[in-house]
Design a protein around this ligand. Structure first.
Ligand code: SF4
Ligand code: SF4
Length: 333
């Protein structure tokens, strides 16, 4: 039997989403990295270490996710992982497109990395490569096999859009065969490149609800832990903004630190690193938005993607849009 639960926000753990560079070898259609806002530098290892230390001190339980760009393009990723381990981070994850540069799997051990999280956006080579680029499917699958064979725990991220929703249900057997233990279904946002409006890739509420829960169940039936964003709240469910009730930080190599991923395309970060010191930014910044209470739920969603909302004839929103950080988990008991 599959057990479904909404993962509630908690201030007891700090989650550090650490973009150590923005450079990438791929050019995915939906890439959310925006060098104009996030810079194009590669953080030197001593700076990464200092910024990791700033968050390790903040919380007894801190988790770090190393991101890019492609984080394995950073020649010192292994040093960053070892530093996070020595600082006592509770969990260490590396999100990768699967190319695994700098022979990263030989430089770290399964004791040091909790998960390598690979991104694949199609169950077939054709669909994935149309989104992520020629050759990316084979590289990613080979990377997964290599990581699993070396004893690393592996998860997989599938960013669902109109370009690949038809293959989501085919993922479960593939994940099983590859030895993937966690499956993250992501919803395509309109940050970064997809915000340019060239393609209509976003799913409607109906498309989302008709496919995602069923595909998630199918993977859970095969013993894979599945996580996907809640997106739409039931009328009886209350809305919470993670920036107010959780402890998440999205760090970019130009020193910007955001509390909300939907704010990342705008210069409204609430914190920034000045050298090794974390300082608050001046008003007006993202913090001033989180406090606003609106009937539609997430303020940033209403500001940047109002087309996701529907209203009754009297102007009442048909549903609330959940915080983009609110997740649903399904596990087989
Ligand atoms: S692998 Fe990630 S960072 Fe690189 S282009 Fe694709 S989405 Fe962007
Ligand atoms: S996505 Fe919306 S609800 Fe979530 S942290 Fe950002 S502003 Fe708050």
């Amino acid at each position: 039997m599959n057990i479904r639960k909404t993962v509630s926000f908690s201030k007891n753990a700090t989650n550090v989403f650490f973009h150590i560079l923005t450079r990438c070898n791929l050019r995915c259609r939906h890439c959310y990295i925006n060098p104009e806002q996030h810079g194009d530098n590669t953080l030197p290892l001593p700076t990464i270490e200092a910024w990791l230390a700033a968050y390790a001190e903040k919380s007894r339980e801190a988790n770090v996710i190393f991101l890019g760009g492609e984080p394995t393009l950073h020649p010192d990723l292994s040093g960053a992982i070892k530093k996070a381990k020595s600082l006592g981070y509770n969990s260490i994850t590396v999100d990768t497109n699967g190319y695994l540069f700098h022979d990263i799997l030989s430089k770290v051990s399964p004791d040091e990395v909790d998960y390598f999280s690979f991104s694949l956006d199609g169950a077939t080579r054709d669909t994935n490569n149309k989104i992520r680029g020629e050759g990316s499917y084979d590289k990613c699958v080979a990377g997964i096999r290599e990581a699993v064979s070396r004893g690393f725990a592996v998860s997989l991220i599938y960013t669902v859009s109109r370009a690949n929703i038809h293959e989501l249900e085919q993922m479960a057997p593939l994940l099983k065969e590859l030895g993937v233990s966690r499956f993250f279904i992501q919803v395509i946002g309109i940050r970064g490149k997809s915000a340019g409006g060239r393609e209509k890739l976003q799913l409607s509420k109906e498309e989302w609800l008709s496919v995602i829960p069923r595909a998630a169940d199918k993977a859970a039936d095969m013993g894979i832990a599945v996580t996907y964003p809640k997106v739409f709240l039931e009328p009886e469910e209350s809305f919470e903004c993670a920036a107010l009730v959780a402890d998440n930080y999205f760090i970019f190599p130009n020193g910007r630190v955001y509390r909300c991923p939907l704010c990342e395309d705008f210069p409204i970060h609430s914190l920034r690193f000045e050298g090794e010191k974390l300082v608050r930014t001046e008003k007006i910044n993202e913090n001033d938005l989180f406090e606003l209470s609106i009937p539609e739920g997430c303020v940033m969603n209403k500001l940047i993607q109002p087309e996701n909302l529907n209203y009754d004839t009297d102007g009442t929103p048909e549903y609330k849009v959940a915080c983009c950080m609110l997740k649903q988990e399904i596990r087989n008991s």
